[in-house]
Write a protein that binds this ligand. Sequence first.
Ligand code: CAA
Length: 256
Amino acid sequence: MTFNTITTCIEDNVGTLTLHRPEAMNALNQEMMREVLQVITAWDSDATVRAIVLTGSDKVFAAGADIKEMLNVEYLDALQANFLNDWTCIANCRTPTVAAVAGYALGGGCEIAMMCDFILCAENAQFGQPEVRIGTMPGLGGTQRLTRQIGKAKAMDLCLTGRMMGALEAERSGLVARVLPCSELLIEARKVARQIASYSAPAVLLNRESVNAAMNTTLTQGLAIERHAFYSLFGSVDQQEGMSAFSDKRQPEFSH
Ligand code: CAA
C-alpha cells in the first residue's frame, strides 16, 4: 500500500503508522483520515498485527485538524457528513495502540493520541487543545477524554486558555505513561509494542477491555466485568501455557 499522508511498516507483529505531512505540521486532513482508516481497518483484521504504534516526526506528532480545509465547512455539511468521524477508528480499534508523541500534539493531534491505549512521549512533546484561540473547540473527544484522564481543573485550564503543556507536566498529570529522550522514543515505543504483541492476544484483549470499562462504568460494574474476564481466561490455552511455563521455569509459547 502506498499513501500520500502517512507511511506504514509491519515488523515483528507490530504495525507502525507514521503521520507524514511535514509541509503542514502533520495537520489532520480528509485524505490522511481516509488513509489512516484504511490502514487501521486492515491491521485490525490481520491477526498477525498484534500491536500498533501511532507516531509523527521528531518535531510534530500532529498540529490538529487541518484549519485551512475547515475554512469553508458549514454546519449542515459537517453534520450530514459526520465530519472527522472516521478518526474514531483509532479509539474503536481492537488491536492495542501506543501513541509515540514527539513535538506538538495539538487539537485533533492531542485527541487522536488520547484515542490510543496509552501515550509515550519525548521530552520535547507539547500537548494542548488550542481550538479556543481560533474561535472553536475540540471535536474529537478533547473535552471528554482530557477531563477523564487529567481531571476537570487541568482540562478546563487547557481548553479555556489554549496553552500548551510540556512532557513533564503531561506525565505528572497522568496524560502520558512515560517520558523518554527524543532519540529513544520510537525505539522504546516499538519495544513496548513488541512486548505487548508477544503476550497472549486474548489476555491482552481482555486486559484492555477491562481497563477501558473503568472509564465508562461504576466501580461495581467494572469489577464485575473484570472478574468475568478473569474467569473466562481459565478457558484459554494460553493461560494454561503461561501458568505451566511459569511452573516449569521456561518461557511460554502463546498460540494467541
Ligand atoms: N492546519 C493547517 N495547517 C497548519 C496547521 C493546522 N492545524 N498547523 C500548522 N499548519 C501549517 C501552517 O499554516 C504552515 O503552513 P505554511 O508554511 O503554508 O504557512 C505550516 O504548517 C508550518 O506552521 P507554522 O509556520 O505555524 O509553524 P510554527 O513552528 O511557527 O508553529 C504551531 C507551529 C504552534 C503548531 C502552529 O502551526 C499552530 O499553532 N498550529 C495550529 C494549531 C491549532 O490551532 N490546532 C487546532 C486545530 S482545530 C482542531 O484540531 C479541531 C479538533 O478538535 C478536531
